[in-house]
Design a protein around this ligand. Sequence first.
Ligand SMILES: [Fe+2]
Ligand SMILES: [Fe+2]
Length: 258
Amino acid sequence: MKLQLLSDLHLETEDFEPQPAAGAELLVLAGDIDASWQGFERFAGWPVPVLFVAGNHEFDGRELAEAWPALRERAASLGWTVLERESLVLTDRAGQRVRFVGTVRWSDFDLFGDARRDAAMRAAAYFMRLMRATRQGAAFDAEGVREEALACRHWLAATLQEPAQGRWDKTVVVTHFAPSFRSADPRFGAQPGTASFCNADDDLLVHADLWLHGHLHCRHDYRVARDGRPPTRVVCQARGLADKGEADGYEPGKLIEI
Ligand SMILES: [Fe+2]
Ligand SMILES: [Fe+2]
């Protein structure tokens, strides 16, 4: 299966016109597409199926409990399939069955271990205030993010343990947040704020043939070795913010093959 992956387009402020990649059988949107949701319209009539995993900015200024059903309705009106703690098996042109497993994942702040979690959560407080989101009426703060993140992690770990039993040939995980410190933005490295971007999901990588993510405003394409099987490929195709130079060299038409 040939995939196109886009994330972190930030159409709420960025000027970017998405184009279908030649040869792609599927478009995966890995979050932070548009905080206002207006720019989703630019994908209307997209020629191939669209899978959407939300990013943190899709919830800016919103109440989570209300935003989720509204986001699903908006996505359905465009013909997108939303994956949030959900999976879906699609058959490609060659007859290969690919399981897509999707969740925002959020950040649990466990990236640097228990001893450094408090510092990571303090660093996150700034980002959470900027987001101005609420969860069950209370400010969606670092503690709330961690609770959401742990629920996502629990679901993801359980889902990835399920045996295929002939139901799929390959597994692709799609998260907005990154699964490993290997995906850290080299501009920021191992500082506490990085735990707001990457999770220590390295133990789960072994269950995926391909892991797609966004959130880091840089690109990644690396492989992590597995015993007796081809390595797991991890790809981030975030565009980021043009005025920070993050979009320099961006290749939105890159094809990823699974
Ligand atoms: Fe982003
Ligand atoms: Fe993000």
